[in-house]
Design a protein around this ligand. Structure first.
Ligand code: FAD
Ligand code: NAP
Ligand code: SF4
Length: 678
């Protein structure tokens, strides 16, 4: 019987020799578990939790076919390594033998941070420091053998199939594009020759693994490169792949080096599904689409529109392992939605500093380390502050069986997230507030809004624990004239409580300074809410699909109606501290709107004429009528200090605990660990 709300999402799909039980697949994401201590045990826990959550098929993070192909070191070449992977495949199949798990074979080619990196030609990527070694004929044959061996080992390890990534600027895609393939032998030159290597990989894998093994090819359906692949070339490759024996084609958008955001929060939901839909019409094998599909409603709509056979969601599965089962049971309000911030997933992967997790779900990839077990004894807990930290605490503590009472002085839950959600391009933040609102109700949390808490309010109550999650207050810098009427706080500006002039200086170019600049420079509808605006701003021609989707298309950003200066004291480039995988897009969008960014600024004073500054010791007057302060924050700890000295059992969470380097990722993470331990 078909599902009443999501008939497409929850219909099985026949792959000829096997079936997938639904249309949701967990897309490949490198998590760092692949090479972590106890990595296989942690991966088994991570994937099996998603299997229990009802996903139809899982694609692992990328595993290299040899050592020159990898940055992280994760590779699969031997039987002993295959035995280690078996822990992962067994864990998933033990949950449900019908759930498929495929291993992604990732050869990073010119993007491998490895001194033996190889590519079709010695062409350095714009985003790499190293020039690859051009493969000779023997080298090419070795790479082909290694792909085949890797796929065979994956089969031995119990995987149901493999996905070969042929996109993003990794090895296979660099054969396809002229600028990275300068060869004149049978592997370069004409398009037929440039297709030869990827096709040979697929043909040889198919011959080695037999018919009954899922083989997915991930194609750059729109590579976003100037002079990238034409639409005809994309279609031709996909058709040849079909003939070569792929089971499924998965569409991918963008090379990593391209200057178009394809997964960040300013990208509209399902923005690229139409491209997949066009390709699907040309093929007979099932086609997967991906990118910014983060709700069951959107996924169902894409399938209903005939744009894809399967929906790949990677980050949404980090955010909520139970996404699928919640949708199936009509519990959509309980889905912890991926807000496409990249802060704890892709920024960690590409920064290679910390393991991957998720801003809204710190358990992601930490399933064996952060456990929300039922509490041994139910306690009465008061939480003061309904910002992200307080909300995360309430959710975890109530889920574990504690009786929680939440207070906030504001009229709504959310704390500073109520400001974040107003920024054009950050509309997804509404979803987090919707999720927490649902969780408070489910956890029977007693909520008191419009209630400013002081010592007197708590003294006569008998709480076992009091959590102070009172957050942060804006820092007021010590500048002469800071009390001038033209000086505004970001709080009032974002709330729309004050008039902002035509000429504006923003003091502080951190995340909030950038967001304020975005807000006050923006005209019209947010790109995240309108595919045409998004396409216009980033120069994408979805209709005609010129080479790469972007060749010859001029990005058009509406100029700001204000003259805006974004200032910082540091002499580093403005915006350097923003997220690794999204900061560049924020910078570009402000520069295109003519926001002037100044570093190495010393603030002298503010008066009727404007803001007086020194830049590299030269005096300047910025003749502005508004100065907005975005100079960081300090913790709100006075209530904690008062209660602690009164001998109450108090603990700090979120910004109240630590304001330095605070963001919602840190606030939710710290509060969740605290609530897991109570
Ligand atoms: P807060 O959010 O400050 O919440 C504290 C709560 O306590 C408030 O609701 C307040 O009313 C309440 N409170 C305080 N004192 C009392 C009292 N005595 N009695 C009762 N209630 C009290 N972070 C990111 O990670 N990514 C982003 O993209 C991002 N974007 C942002 C954009 C903007 C415009 C802003 C302003 C912030 C952004 N942040 C972002 C930062 C993020 O919102 C904060 O780090 C986070 O909200 C801190 O959470 P918190 O719970 O510690 O504090
Ligand atoms: P922030 O990122 O720490 O930036 C504060 C800015 O103020 C810096 O530019 C700093 O640069 C300046 N500053 C600090 N002290 C100052 C002083 N005394 N006088 C003048 N300028 C001073 O903090 P934020 O912008 O308030 O953001 C708060 C948190 O929210 C951050 O962790 C941020 O990452 C997070 N957030 C994230 C995003 C996102 O998109 N990921 C968006 C918004 C907010 P100089 O010292 O060089 O002047
Ligand atoms: Fe989504 Fe942000 Fe979590 Fe990554 S960190 S999965 S982008 S919510």
């Amino acid at each position: 019987m078909s599902h009443p709300v999501y008939p497409n999402l929850f219909s099985p799909i026949d792959l000829g020799f096997t079936q997938l039980k639904n249309r949701v697949l967990m897309g490949s994401m490198h998590t760092g578990l692949e090479e972590a201590d106890n990595g296989f045990e942690r991966m088994a826990a991570y994937f099996s939790e998603r299997a229990r959550g009802g996903v139809g098929m899982i694609i692992t993070g990328g595993i290299a076919p040899n050592l020159e192909a990898t940055t992280s070191g994760a590779h699969l070449v031997s039987r002993s390594q295959a035995r280690q992977h078996k822990e992962v495949t067994d864990a998933v199949h033990d949950v449900d033998a019908d759930i498929k798990i495929c291993m992604q074979i990732l050869h990073q080619g010119a993007l491998s941070k490895n001194e033996n990196l190889v590519a079709p030609s010695a062409v350095k990527s714009r985003i790499s420091r190293m020039t690859p070694n051009a493969l000779d004929e023997a080298g090419i044959q070795k790479q082909l053998d290694d792909f085949v061996n890797c796929a065979q080992m994956a089969k031995l390890a119990g995987y149901d199939g493999v996905e070969v990534i042929g996109s993003a600027g990794y090895l296979l895609s660099t054969f396809l594009v002229k600028k990275t393939n300068l060869r004149e032998d049978q592997w370069g030159g004409s398009y037929e020759n440039r297709m030869r290597f990827p096709l040979e990989v697929i043909k040889r894998i198919r011959a080695a693994v037999g018919e009954h093994f899922i083989l997915i090819f991930r194609i750059s359906a729109m590579d976003m490169l100037d002079d990238g692949m034409s639409w005809d070339e994309v279609v031709r490759l996909a058709k040849e792949m079909e003939k070569a024996g792929v089971t499924i084609i998965s569409t991918h958008f963008c090379w990593h080096e391209a200057r178009v955001p394809t997964v960040a929060t300013m990208v509209p939901r399902a923005a690229f599904a139409g491209v997949t839909g066009r390709l699907r019409k040309e093929l007979s094998v099932p086609v997967i689409t991906s990118n910014r599909i983060n709700t069951p409603e959107v996924a169902e709509q894409v399938l209903r529109d005939g744009d894809a056979d399967l929906i790949s969601m990677a980050r949404p599965m980090l955010a909520d392992p139970e996404f699928v089962v919640k949708a199936f049971e009509g519990r959509e309000n309980e889905i912890n939605t991926c807000i496409a911030c990249n802060q704890a997933c892709l920024d960690h992967t590409f920064g290679r500093k910390q393991g991957v997790t998720c801003l809204v779900n710190p358990r992601a990839c930490h399933e064996t380390l952060l456990k929300y077990s039922p509490a041994a004894q139910s306690k009465h807990i008061a939480v003061i502050g309904a910002g992200p930290a307080g909300l995360a605490y309430c959710t975890v503590a109530s889920q574990r069986g504690h009786q929680v009472t939440l207070y906030d002085g504001a009229a709504q839950i959310g704390g500073q997230f109520n400001l974040a959600k107003r920024i054009p391009g950050k509309e997804e933040f509404y979803e987090t507030l919707r999720y927490y609102d649902t969780m408070l109700k489910l956890g029977n949390v007693e909520v008191h809004l419009n209630t400013w808490v002081d010592k007197a309010l708590l003294e006569n109550k008998s709480f076992d624990e009091i959590i102070i999650a009172t957050g942060i207050s804006p820092r007021i810098p010590d500048i002469v004239g800071i009390n001038h009427p033209k000086v505004l706080s970001y709080l009032d500006v974002i709330e729309g409580a004050v008039e902002v002039g035509k000429r504006v200086a923003i003091i502080g170019a951190g995340g909030i300074g950038f967001d304020v600049a975005e807000l006050i420079s923006h005209k019209g509808i947010s790109p995240a809410m309108d595919k045409e605006v998004f396409a216009r701003e980033w120069g994408i021609d979805f209709e005609n699909h010129p080479r790469g989707g972007v060749t010859g298309v001029q990005p058009i950003f509406e100029r700001a109606e204000r003259e805006i200066y974004l200032l910082q004291r540091k002499d580093s480039p403005v915006g350097r501290g923003l997220g690794l995988t999204t900061g560049w897009a924020h910078r570009i969008s402000l520069i295109k709107r003519d926001v002037k960014m100044l570093n190495a600024v010393t603030y002298q004073h503010i008066d009727d004429h404007g803001l007086h500054i020194l830049v590299n010791n030269d005096a300047h007057l910025l003749e502005v009528d508004t100065v907005i302060i975005c100079a960081g924050q300090k913790s709100n700890r006075s209530l904690f200090d008062e209660l602690e000295s009164a001998g109450l059992n108090v603990k700090l969470a979120g910004g109240a605990f630590r304001a330095a380097e605070l963001d919602a990722k840190a606030a939710i993470n710290q509060a969740s660990y605290l609530a897991a331990a109570v």
